[in-house]
Design a protein. Sequence first.
Length: 436
Amino acid sequence: MSKGGTVLPSCSPVQLWRAHICKAVIFSLLMFLFLEYTCNILVYRHPINKIVAPGLAWISHLNQKFGDDRAASVSKNHELLLVNTNSTTVNNTSVKKLIENIKLNKNESFTISAIKNSTTSHLETKKECPLVPPNLVGRLKVLANAPSFDELEQMFSNLNPGGRFRPSNCIARSKVALVIPYRDREEHLRIFLHNMHPILQRQQLDYGIYVIEEAPDMKFNRAMLMNIGYVEALKQYDYDCFIFHDVDLIPEDDRNLYSCPEQPRHMSVAINTMNYRLPYKDIFGGVSALTKKHMEIVNGFSNEFWGWGGEDDDMSNRVRHHGLKITRYSPKIARYTMLKHKKDDPNPDRYNKLYKGKYRFKKDGLSNLKYSRLDLVLKKLYTWVLVEIEPIKYFIPMDKGEKNAIKSLDAQYSDLQLLLLYNRAKNHCMEVELVI
């Protein structure tokens, strides 16, 4: 005790020993945490964890099968986008939390990856592609001599299996399926692919090409094959636009955009074999564009047209019957070259089907479509679907006077003239003015 009465505390040797031990334990814990953190940054590496949404599981399978060096990323719709990356990625739990917590603008998406040599993840924002694609050329020279399929595959190495493509630097405004009814036109198909893939890629579309082939020894039914192509394409991907395309028509201008407006679009307005003139105002053949909604409204194409002719005019009637309008680009842009080919046998019953068509719109089309898919191959340049189809027993007979009128017209006029006559008829009756 001091002279002033203050008592100085004294520590026993045991208390001092305990204090030193506590300090040592705390220091050891801090060092352990520091070393663990440092090792995670400098040493530890996670392999890429691919996250696959249920609707795109087939894409992941293809990536593994074909060795595609791509990682999965999350889009604004919580679906997956395929983006080129060799970096590590954050784990599944982190991705799920980011999906739940991050809200994006309407026209943006994000991809998630981790920067090499760092634990910091980053968000890469993509905006919607511009309304007018910046790399369009305009008027084109049709490439009439196509390389072999092997050479074409080397030329278009950026395609995904099935002839799929999407732009890498922006989000495509349209998800487009090109549906091609096909039989015995290999040279035309090579020419078509050689010309079309560059055009579609310059237009910055998210697209796939579907070649629908009918089994041999069966009468050709173009319209039914287009219905099948529509159904099969939707099984693969959530397309919102469908271009139904003859394989022998090649566009001459890439400003003829392969997308779907609010109303159905007839695209092959000016064809070289018709002197670049529209044969008649309601024509809807060659190349036509319809949205998924349009196809549902009109019940697709008729399944009743076997052989050449009539199915396009029936679709034109369906479109107008349901209050839709046929739209077109200017003939200065919507120009096509038709490749030379042997003419198919005409359908002798086509005018009967057209005349009675309005009574079948609800029952004849997607609603009664039946077929057997024999094969489906995701080729490098396109998706090939082989099908077997059979006639559907659905027929509205014509009376004797109608049959005689059509027989007389068939004897006097060519197929094109008959189409002109039919489309000049008022209210789809058989009383027409024979003015050619």
